[in-house]
Design a protein around this ligand. Structure first.
Ligand SMILES: [Zn+2]
Length: 289
């Protein structure tokens, strides 16, 4: 499975990327099911609205020191519709999820912007050695990304996090975002692959990392681990984590309610299968809207 995760990065000159593993090399301690519009097919007005609200944001690359730019969505153009049960925010276009990662076309560095300032000298050296030294960028990306372009850049960010031995929680968060992008693209199999990769990382981070992970408290992490288990077909494991979140005294009420809803969803599947009905729950989307 992991042989294919980074296979597409060979087009950037990163020949060694294909066989890289997401976890296991260090690891410092340290949301529309189907959204409106998928990057094409919008009316002229909608296209104009998208273009108006995506702009090129300049930044100085922390790895090569050159000024570069990456597209971003103006905050005034962000329209949240709802959230999926794995916290995926579902937006009207332009979709900020496409631009969660910024990248430097000069050297191949890619990361969520909030993480850039945390890079150590050693991490920058690792990225220079393992990415920049063989990096070539011969493509033209439009300012308004398609899900496919966003997926490519997110995989580059995941590979940056791997070679620079960044926190497993960061690798999990980027993997979760890639899973969401595949959901937008309608590629169920690839979505599940990356939700499973995210699940492994969040489980590792839950055991090893202190404090919040991606802004989530412990109960939210428990809930998300359960929900990723449910979505990747481990209903029994999911029940355990949902119950943990429900019993957590520090859990916010909204998290307890989500955990109870998803637990009930699974119990309903078990009941139906006992009655002889075909269980379809492992694949059900489980939206709560
Ligand atoms: Zn750079």
């Amino acid at each position: 499975m992991e042989d294919t995760i980074f296979a597409g990065l060979r087009s950037f000159g990163l020949q060694g990327a294909g066989g890289a593993k997401v976890y296991g090399n260090g690891g410092g301690s340290g949301d529309a099911g189907k959204p409106e519009g998928g990057g094409g097919g919008e009316s002229g007005d909608a296209q104009a609205h998208i273009k108006r609200n995506v702009y090129m944001k300049k930044f100085v690359c922390p790895v090569c020191g050159r000024e570069t730019q990456s597209p971003a969505v103006k905050s005034s153009g962000v329209r949240l519709i709802r959230k999926d049960t794995d916290f995926m925010p579902c937006y009207k276009e332009p979709n900020p999820l496409y631009y969660f990662v910024a990248f430097c076309r000069h050297c191949g560095f890619a990361s969520p912007p909030a993480n850039m300032k945390n890079l150590t000298q050693r991490q920058k050296a690792l990225i220079r050695e393992k990415i920049s030294s063989s990096w070539k960028f011969e493509k033209e990306y439009p300012a308004v990304y398609t899900p496919e372009i966003a997926i490519e850049i997110h995989k580059l960010a995941l590979y940056n996090a791997v070679v620079s031995e960044d926190r497993e929680s960061l690798r999990a968060i980027i993997s979760l975002h890639i899973g969401w992008l595949y959901r937008i693209a309608g590629d169920d199999a690839s979505e599940k692959t990356f939700l499973a990769t995210a699940l492994e990382g969040f489980s590792r981070a839950y055991e090893k990392e202190r404090g919040s992970v991606g802004g989530m408290d412990k109960a939210s992490q428990q809930y998300l681990i359960g929900e990723l288990m449910r979505r990747t077909g481990n209903l029994f494991g999911a029940l355990k984590w949902f119950k943990m979140a429900m019993l957590d005294r520090s859990a916010r009420l909204s998290v307890k309610e989500m955990a109870r809803d998803q637990k009930d969803l699974i119990m309903g599947i078990y009941e139906a299968s006992k009655r002889g009905a075909a269980p379809d729950g492992a694949d059900r989307d489980g939206m709560t809207d």
